[in-house]
Design a protein around this ligand. Structure first.
Ligand code: AMP
Ligand code: FE
Ligand code: FE
Ligand code: ZN
Length: 279
């Protein structure tokens, strides 16, 4: 049986593994295909692709785009995107800035709460990556304001908690269109963990979503089943992955949570068909 993992984070966003470490671990665990899908960044893609090639592991250039809806955040995965497509590069630049502005505001809130935090300190932690709340959580752990990342989100960083600030992100329809224009396939990430997203899947399909991430560590059996049913009904792709963030949330899931290689093959085939049609 061959396996793959289509959703992995690296140091280019809020993961702790470098591209080399990801490929090395994928090799040790015998994965046949992987996709690094960092939040709003493609900075690890080139390095990971060349490492994966050395080991004969299939690799997909991917990204996990932040979008905002009335109900809150929604992540859209882009597979087989051209990482040099200028409008995509432009969007990633905008998101890099909106992430920084937002974290700077959250630092002010934390400081007002008595936890001295500056954007410069958090940027030392993120080290050039697309900055995010997990980096802020690491700072709170360092200054002993909290014991772990879960406490950091629960007490201060989650929606509705005292340090929370919303970040700018495009609408799902805009992100789906950019992924398509960049030659990629758009997949709705983990609909089961985003409130109300299961019910909104028909709208996202209307917007052109090509697939649904059904296999996901934090999906219930019911979430998984529902996502598969909807995907089948609309002839959409079914994908899955570990959403591994390295060691940030405890034991790394890369190599532990994996999906059938066939899901990679179907994704690749759909992309080839799409390319042939548009050529
Ligand atoms: P951001 O993109 O800056 O809004 O941060 C979102 C990221 O924070 C997600 O991709 C997760 O990696 C992480 N995250 C969100 N909620 C939690 C939580 N309750 N516990 C741990 N990590 C979380
Ligand atoms: Fe994350
Ligand atoms: Fe996500
Ligand atoms: Zn993710």
């Amino acid at each position: 049986m061959k396996y793959c993992d289509l959703h992995i984070h690296s140091v280019a966003s809020d993961g702790t593994f470098t591209p080399e470490q990801i490929v090395e671990r994928a090799r040790i665990f015998g994965l046949s295909a992987i996709a690094i899908a960092d939040h709003d960044s493609i900075d690890s893609v080139a390095q990971a692709r060349s490492c994966a090639r050395e080991f004969g592991i299939d690799f997909i250039d991917a990204v996990e785009l932040s979008t905002s809806t009335l109900e809150g955040r929604l992540h859209i995965l882009g597979y087989f995107i051209d990482p040099f497509y200028p409008p995509l590069v432009e969007l990633l630049k905008k998101l890099f800035i909106s992430r920084r502005v937002r974290i700077e505001e959250m630092c002010k809130n934390l400081t007002a709460l008595g936890f001295q935090s500056t954007i410069e300190e958090i940027e030392k932690i993120s080290n050039g990556a697309a900055i995010g709340r997990p980096h802020l959580a690491e700072h709170l752990i360092n200054i002993r304001a909290v014991r772990d990342i879960h406490e950091a989100f629960e007490k201060y960083l989650s929606w509705g908690r005292p340090a929370y600030v919303k970040k700018w992100a495009p609408l799902p329809a805009e992100s789906i269109a950019i992924i398509h224009d960049a030659g990629g396939l758009a997949v709705v990430a983990h609909p089961g963990v985003t409130p109300h997203m299961m019910e909104r899947l028909p709208e996202l399909i209307e917007m052109g979503a090509d697939g649904i991430e059904a296999y996901y560590p934090r999906h219930t059996q019911e979430d998984q089943q529902k996502a598969i049913e909807i995907a089948k009904k609309h002839n959409l792709l079914i994908t899955g992955g570990s959403d591994c963030h390295g060691t940030r949330r405890g034991e790394p899931l890369l190599g532990i949570f994996k999906v059938r290689y066939e899901l990679f093959e179907k994704l690749r085939d759909r992309w080839s068909e799409r390319k042939a049609k548009s050529a």
